[in-house]
Design a protein around this ligand. Structure first.
Ligand code: XIL
Length: 984
């Protein structure tokens, strides 16, 4: 029960009374402390005082005397919150010798813009003979001022006692939903953060006929805010949703939903929904969940833009308490099922309620997600803040969890002051102070530190990221950070941490750096592999190759930030996640944990980046979208991903899919060029055996390829292809045409040894349900799924010549074959191009002669201007998303160049030069694309495609490509054609 003192404190802190901090619990007035507990006289000449002449409970009660009117009595400013129901009970008794009368508890209030009302809450006939109980319910809904609860009597002059007045909220306000629809023509408690004007308006409405128009904003953060202090309880989770639309004359803008909270004088801002694109004329929903993790004395949510002060509309807001499901206690703890420390990233909210229970049950390792980063620990020089860090470290220590400290030096989440006016000496001094302070503070508590984070950029000639750290201090910032960390806590394990270490180029760049620094004597204990992966890529085998590679350096290794995004690109977004994707994710986690278990001697821990999907950073990065990359779902229940780790036999079987392009490769075991047009699909390793698999379709049947990795020859070694139920068995034993085949359709097969195993090629009967099982005495690697025919992958070649880059078609081009765009992805006719390619050194040259009589650059979007797009994938990886060096190079008819790639196209954006010239009936584009990540040589295969965009005015009216028919070439490299570099 809450006492009056707490109530008064809450009332003072409450800045906007409409939704206040009161009444989350009972409020009781018992008059035992000798004060009137806030009650005062109502009416002239009335007095109220505490007395011990009578008491219902304890020794004191409140006596009211001097009344001369029925409405005279005792009153208090009432702790009622609009929209919340209450039960009010009280005990009353008359002073001895007075005749009986009716005593009533009444509420007086004045609704905004209306007349003062008087509402009776409870009443009873009261005598001087004993205490009488008054009880009733009360609720008000209109915004009101001057809310008073008072006791009065039907007898204008009787004196009475009151005692044990209890106000009990019927619904806990932190459990009550809040909604705003603006249909009543008011702003419904929304207030401007600064200068913004909020006006209920009929100019737009998401539903009904009104929305809240927001205009006159003074800054990106200025706009509508709703005070929710007292409406959220610490540790509880709330679902928030609001619809927004751009205001008049606004072409584009990004809007998001944020929270401002203050705790003990410190203001913090948190994003619930990161600003997202709001296309003109459309209502866009901002929705997300928020868990209040702090004691607060100010709490407000608001809509803001990421930049600009454009007007917008807001409608149909709702906030609802999310009742937590209990965590499952009948499933094994992850930490009991793996042979290494099982960690999770965590932040403060993750330690509360069911999140805290889940964390404690499944994980014996933790990494503070943000709280030990530089911006959190030393926001201003020499001003260290460890409130959150200490809290998390204490939580982990109490639960016996191993703690990873993340991170001491990083280019991100580092305040600007660190680099301000800093030469090398000053920067290293600041670094030294920072590292020493953190590592010393947590000496003996934090077992491992990510000393430096993400210092590799494999696209730089020396493999090192051009961060401010590097630009000012070179490698010395890494050396200093490790040295000082080691001095501060010689027992802490010191790590270099990075992402994409499973990709060969980055792997090698990191390897070279670690080797170099270790050779110098820099105290590096281990390498951290973040492993932010996606559902398709890269295969578990590249993770395994990375672990094996670093093991040769004799360093410890940890998986530090594992998650598996359900998206393969940086743009797509589901409203609901297809269930089969979650099954696929379960199998993906299984394959990864197969690797981790196999490599357990080299791995001291595996940490997932978040305990459950609801807290994943991938809900806001690289764009706000529904993602589900972790082992437990939004309600903290075990996903297929969890079973993939703990007990894969519980996973639903996975039906994979593979396209079989038209083709007739020779069945001789020699791997025709045709097979190289696509990468092999991985058949994940089991025991010592793994494989890559492909198919081609033809009228003669299905051509199948298995590249088996199996270093030791054994009598069980064989591959079984089962097509629509018919098995074809091919033993390893044969020579060039050897091996046994089976199945009633006969078929043809060839086997050849390779450096790491053997290759099987076969022609079998046509079918779609395919099982590939690779047998070995140590296990069976299996691929199972549907193979569907597809058009042949187009192949062309580039001649070895150098053209002049001037928009004039010189003679060099005639050495290359010409291809034409003919695959319509928008419309069925329009501009097309004849295309040729040349190469020399590290440069690819592309010529496009475009037939397009009417040219336009009117659209602000470059893909809606008359333009040519050239797609190049140096590794011909045919991945569903872009890898770092995959590029989309766009040249408009006027020579304007735009580039697409991974989310910032960082690896490719400076690699293209172009010239363009208009000619009668069209234009000519020449582009030179530098490909520094591979060595170009005769026979090199590049993923390659060309697209022509045809604009009319501001719209794109057609688009045509050479090979890719999906219309997704800008997101997905897997349907591009192939360009082969020729010798001459
Ligand atoms: C992420 C956090 O999880 C987010 O809350 C924050 O907004 C951005 O940083 N690699 C890292 C981590 O090393 O520090 C990042 O963590 C995720 C990528």
């Amino acid at each position: 029960m809450r006492t009056l003192r707490a109530l008064v404190a809450a009332a003072l802190l409450c800045l906007v009374p409409a939704v206040s901090a009161h009444a989350a619990a009972d409020v009781t007035y018992d008059f035992e402390d000798g004060t009137t507990q806030g009650w005062g006289p109502r009416g002239g000449g009335v007095s109220v005082a505490v007395t011990t002449d009578a008491a219902h409970g304890g020794t004191g009660s409140l006596l009211t005397t001097g009344r001369t009117a029925t409405w005279h009595g005792a009153s208090i400013s009432a702790p009622f919150v609009r929209g919340v129901g209450y039960t009010v009970t009280a005990y009353a008794r008359l002073v001895s010798g007075l005749p009986s009368s009716t005593i009533a508890l009444t509420v007086q209030r004045t609704p905004t813009g209306g007349d003062t009302t008087y509402e009776r809450v409870a009443a009873a006939t009261v005598t001087d003979g004993g205490w009488v109980r008054l009880s009733g319910n009360y609720l008000f809904t209109a915004e009101s001022a001057g809310v008073q609860l008072y006791a009065e009597s039907s007898d204008a002059t009787s004196d009475f006692y009151l005692d044990d007045i209890v106000i009990t909220p019927l619904g806990d306000p932190t459990r009550e939903p809040i909604s705003s629809d603006f249909e009543d023509g008011t702003a419904q408690d929304w207030t401007p953060r600064a200068a913004a004007a909020l006006e209920p308006s009929t100019a737009a409405a998401h539903a009904g006929s009104r929305a809240l128009a927001v205009s006159g904003r003074s800054a990106s953060w200025d706009g509508p805010a709703l005070n929710v202090l007292g409406r959220m309880a610490k540790g509880d989770k709330y679902a928030l949703s609001v619809w927004v639309r751009l205001g008049p004359d606004t072409a584009s803008g990004r809007l998001g939903l944020s929270i401002e909270r203050r705790s003990g004088g410190t203001t913090s801002y948190e994003r619930v929904v990161s600003p997202k694109d709001v296309p003109a004329g459309e209502w866009v929903r901002l929705s997300g969940t928020y868990t209040l993790a702090y004691d607060v004395d100010f709490l407000s949510l608001y809509v803001e833009s990421d930049s600009g002060t454009f007007p917008f509309y807001l409608d149909d807001f709702s906030m609802t308490y999310v009742q937590p499901k209990p965590i499952q206690t009948d499933i094994p703890a992850l930490k009991d099922k793996v042979p290494f420390v099982m960690g999770s990233a965590f932040t403060r909210p993750d330690t509360l309620g069911v999140h805290g229970e889940l964390l404690a049950r499944h994980f014996n390792g933790v990494t503070p997600g943000n709280e030990l980063k530089w911006d959190a620990t030393e926001p201003r020089e020499g001003e260290f803040t460890f409130t959150d860090g200490d809290y998390l470290v204490d939580f982990a220590t109490r639960h016996g969890m191993k703690i990873r400290g993340h991170t001491l030096a990083w280019h991100s989440q580092t305040p600007d002051w660190v680099f301000q006016n800093a030469g090398k000496e000053l920067l290293l001094k600041r670094l030294e102070t920072h590292v020493r302070t953190l590592v010393t503070r947590y000496k003996g508590k934090i077992a491992a530190w990510d000393v430096v984070n993400e210092v590799i950029d494999e696209n730089q000639p020396d493999g090192l990221r051009r961060s401010k750290w590097y630009e000012i201090a070179g490698l010395d910032f890494i050396r200093t950070a490790f040295r000082v960390a080691h001095e501060a806590d010689p027992d802490a394990k010191l790590f270099i941490n990075d992402y994409n270490t499973e990709f060969p180029r980055k792997r090698e760049a990191l390897y070279a750096l670690v080797k170099r620094l270790k050779d110098e004597g820099v105290p590096i204990d281990g390498v951290g592999h973040q492993l932010h992966l996606n559902i398709e890529h890269p295969p578990a085998s590249s993770v395994e190759a990375t672990i094996e590679r670093f093991a040769t350096l004799g360093v410890d290794q940890q998986v530090t930030e594992l998650d598996v995004s359900i998206y393969t690109d940086f743009v797509s977004s589901y409203d609901t996640i297809p269930p089969e994707l979650l099954v696929q994710q379960g199998h993906r986690y299984k394959e990864l944990f197969d690797v981790f278990r196999r490599q357990a001697a080299k791995l001291s821990s595996v940490t997932v980046w978040g305990e459950s999907d609801d807290v994943s950073w991938l809900r806001s990065w690289p764009i706000p979208r529904l993602n589900a990359p972790l082992l437990f779902d939004d309600e903290l229940q075990a996903k297929a991903a969890y079973w993939g780790v703990v007990d894969p036999s519980r996973l639903a079987p996975l039906a994979r899919r593979l396209a079989a392009p038209a083709g007739t490769p020779k069945v001789d075991g020699k791997r025709d060029l045709e097979w190289d047009l696509l990468p092999d699909s991985p058949v994940a390793r089991v025991g010592d055996v793994s494989a890559g698999f492909q198919a081609r379709s033809s009228a003669k049947g299905l051509y199948l390829l298995a590249e088996v990795t199996d270093p030791t020859v054994g009598k069980d070694d064989r591959v079984t292809f089962t097509v629509d139920g018919t098995p074809y068995v091919v033993g390893r034993g044969g020579g060039p045409s050897g091996g046994a085949t089976g199945g009633q359709h006969g078929g043809k097969a060839a086997v050849r040894p390779t450096a790491t195993g053997y290759r099987v090629e076969a022609l079998v009967g046509t079918g779609t349900d395919v099982n590939v099982t690779v047998h070995d005495s140590s296990g069976e690697a299996v691929w199972n799924g549907k193979v569907t025919p597809a058009p042949a992958v187009k192949l062309t070649s580039a001649a070895h010549r150098t053209p002049a880059l001037d928009g004039v078609v010189d003679r060099a081009w005639s050495a290359a074959p010409e291809i034409r765009t003919g695959t319509w992805i928008q419309g069925t006719s329009g501009a097309t191009a004849k295309v040729r390619s040349l190469w020399n050194g590290s440069t690819l040259y592309v010529l496009a002669q475009v037939a397009d009589p009417a040219l336009s650059e009117e659209s602000p979007n470059p893909w809606e201007q008359d333009s040519v797009e050239i797609f190049v994938d140096p590794g011909n990886g045919k991945t569903k998303g872009y890898e770092d060096d995959d590029g989309q190079y766009r040249v408009s008819f006027s020579g304007r160049v735009t580039v697409g790639g991974t989310f910032d196209a960082g690896g490719v954006k400076d690699h293209v030069k172009a010239a363009a010239k208009t000619v009668p009936g069209g234009y000519v584009v020449e582009a030179a694309i530098d490909l520094p990540t591979i060595t170009l040589a005769p026979g090199t295969l590049l993923g390659f495609d060309v697209q022509v965009n045809d604009a009319t005015g501001t719209a794109r009216t057609s688009a045509v490509t050479w090979n890719d028919s999906t219309g997704r070439a800008y997101l997905d490299t897997s349907h591009w054609g192939v360009l082969r570099l020729a010798r001459g």
